[in-house]
Design a protein around this ligand. Sequence first.
Ligand SMILES: NC(=O)c1ccc[n+]([C@@H]2O[C@H](COP(=O)([O-])OP(=O)(O)OC[C@H]3O[C@@H](n4cnc5c(N)ncnc54)[C@H](OP(=O)(O)O)[C@@H]3O)[C@@H](O)[C@H]2O)c1
Length: 266
Amino acid sequence: MGNPGLILVIGASGKTGRAVSRALAARGVSVREGRRPDLDLETGHGVAEALDGVDAVYHLAPNMHPDEVSIAHRVATAALDAGVPRFVFHSVLHPDDSTMPHHWRKHLAEQRIRQLLPTSTIVRPAAYHENLLPAALEGRLTVPYSIDSPFTNVALDDVGEAAAVVLTEAGHEGADYDLVGPEVLSVRDMSRTATEVLGREVTAETMRVRDWADGPGAGLTEQARDDLLAMFASYDKEGLVGQSDDLACLLGRPATTWAGVVAKSR
Ligand SMILES: NC(=O)c1ccc[n+]([C@@H]2O[C@H](COP(=O)([O-])OP(=O)(O)OC[C@H]3O[C@@H](n4cnc5c(N)ncnc54)[C@H](OP(=O)(O)O)[C@@H]3O)[C@@H](O)[C@H]2O)c1
């Protein structure tokens, strides 16, 4: 694909989709935004139309969606039927960790996509730094797992840029990339770094899981709450750590640090 042409970004209104679209726009690439109501991933409404005439598709599933595997099947089948030359799937770091149901669904989705489209590319990002950024800026990181668990969180703009690279450049067919940040940090470490960068105190503390379920988790569906509770248990036990230089290789520069993310948001 010499000229990247037109790229469909599914979930374009979400935080990941916006980052991918931004990175593509910065490269001068035309983006078709796959979003409701024109496209509904649950019913399949508009999927074929969205794929019509595109040169590549970036597929991501709505967060914690119970039918992620059927959605992946639907989109990949439609891409195959439409003869879309390039397909990139947004997965997650360690998708085969079966203790976290939403990771395992991504593992099954990856398998389904690869069966249908063997040359598809899979990107597996760690948790985004931006998940904790608003709380850091408010001065208080409160999480329902150990603040000493290790993470290699990644900057969302780096994920968007890496996605743009694999969508627009040749040589990534059939590849899998773990997109992890350049440092291993606990939430306690992140609070210390944010304190230094912002020049004001940012605290870190663990909240009881029960308080999370009765508070921030109360408005979620039972399935989303259970998925997140399983994730918090896993984070409590071992954090979420990857070891890979895939991201820096794709970007052609070091990946962004947590200090860099906080500094940029000041
Ligand atoms: N957060 C992380 O740290 C992290 C790390 C690695 C991987 N991921 C994965 O990244 C993916 C995207 O996460 P996100 O945080 O960017 O999600 P998000 O901000 O919630 O965005 C989800 C997108 O999906 C769209 N959507 C929802 N239901 C839809 C439907 N039925 N049909 C069509 N579009 C629909 C939403 O559109 P509307 O505006 O219409 O609702 C939105 O554009 C998820 O699969 C998540 O597991 C996240």
